[in-house]
Design a protein around this ligand. Sequence first.
Ligand code: NAD
Length: 504
Amino acid sequence: MTEAVSVKKLTHFINGELVEGKSRSYSKVYNPSTGEVIAEVPIATAEETREAIAAAKAAFPAWRDLSVAKRAEVLMRFRYLITENMDQLLDTICTESGKTLEDARGEVTRALESVDLAIGAPHLVKGEYSVNVGGQINAYSAKYPLGVVAAISPFNFPIMVPLAQTSMAIAVGNAVILKASEKVPMTSLFVSELWKKAGLPDGIWTVVNGSKDAVNELLENPTVQAISFVGSTPVAKYIYETGAKYGKRVTALGGGKNNMVVMPDADLEQVANAFIGAAYGAASQRCMAISTIVPVGEETADRLVAILKDKISKLKVGSYTEEGTDFGPVISKESKESILKAIDLAEQQGATVVNDGREVDIVKNSEGFFVGPTLLDNVTKEMDICDQEVFGPARNVVRVGSLSEAIDFINDQELANGVTIFTNDGAAARKFTTEIDVGMVGVNVPIPIPVGYHNFAGFKGSRFGEGHMFGPDQARFFTKTKTVSERWPGTTETTASTFAFPSN
Ligand code: NAD
């Protein structure tokens, strides 16, 4: 692997400043399209993380006490700055993640949906009020910010996930510490500068770069009140269990293995187009990517596989700087190797390789971390690739005989993030949406990602804890409800004391 001529030394962003790491430990950041090292990111120690938490704690009260409308004004300026700095932002995302320009643009649009929703926070944190609940007492429930909260994010959406995790938290009055992915830290540092320019007070947005030590400090430190995690399932489970042990409110979203069911009455040309984008877009590095297509009936399967084979063979894999690229590289050399191994193993276990991504020129001859689009037919439950998340462009065909069999196959799986069905039969769609045990469900849509003002989360191994990412539920997750019973007696009134339990 080649070392780039100039390797940037990155920083943290603490108390409104870019701060050098003290640990002297750095992790390499790559341009996945070229395999070059483009930067080194500091790995924070527990002590550095504690200092960041202390700065956030000190900043919190003034931000809490600002009116919710004034806080929303900062978010509006921040939103404007994102659009004003779009080119530099897109370039940063593409360079460190390998995404195509079009895909990165889509990601930023989705990130803005979270900011938009958070700008509307004043509406979402309105409380409830009852007059005269008894003896001239009025009662109200009001939402208060939690204090210092933390977000830990994955590599695959360098801006969308961090902003989905944090925009509402900031809008409702918390101080946020982001532990960005060490694989794509440059986008979060760039976003930090935009927050500062937007007028967000120092200490309300912090980026601590690093990995385990920083995360463990966030989990254990008593000042941190809530943890929003997005990443792989084993880490999500660890975060949930450890956070709970230390008394934190935790939402931990994990991986996905998402299915697309195809009924015999569906338009297979439309299905194939939907599948190609949903399955291979972003080199399949989306938690909501379709991993497995589940045609119902042998005839549907045979026709569909023939159409897919042709379309997949025409996909162009390359760098985002090349014209007409459909998808780029995967994030790292290790990731590439593990995907190629998963394909080898599936073949050994009996899967039919319809399109072989191992054989594509760029996969063999480039220093970049490319894997070509791979389609494996006749995948069965006994094969490892059937239910393990492969975060790269190796996709499965699982053939079933009926809709009920498709539903049973999906409901048996541990990962339950998203699912979709293609059909013209309303009754089949209704049975499917009713019986399927998956968090986000689509009917005739390629990827059922909810828009930013609806809640987003899977079930089972795809989510630990109760909260959602995106959506109004964020306002609940990042606030605590205080219920006040209030009475203001006149000066001439007396209140008889009572030892009985108060009733109305
Ligand atoms: P990851 O789990 O490896 O890392 C996520 C974050 O956790 C990173 O910030 C990382 O530094 C930190 N981390 C990793 N190992 C840790 C450990 N042992 N202790 C403490 N912290 C640790 O995930 P990734 O590879 O960055 O992202 C890809 C994964 O994220 C995929 O599984 C994908 O499906 C999932 N994902 C899920 C969603 C969702 O909404 N459900 C969204 C995006 C990505």
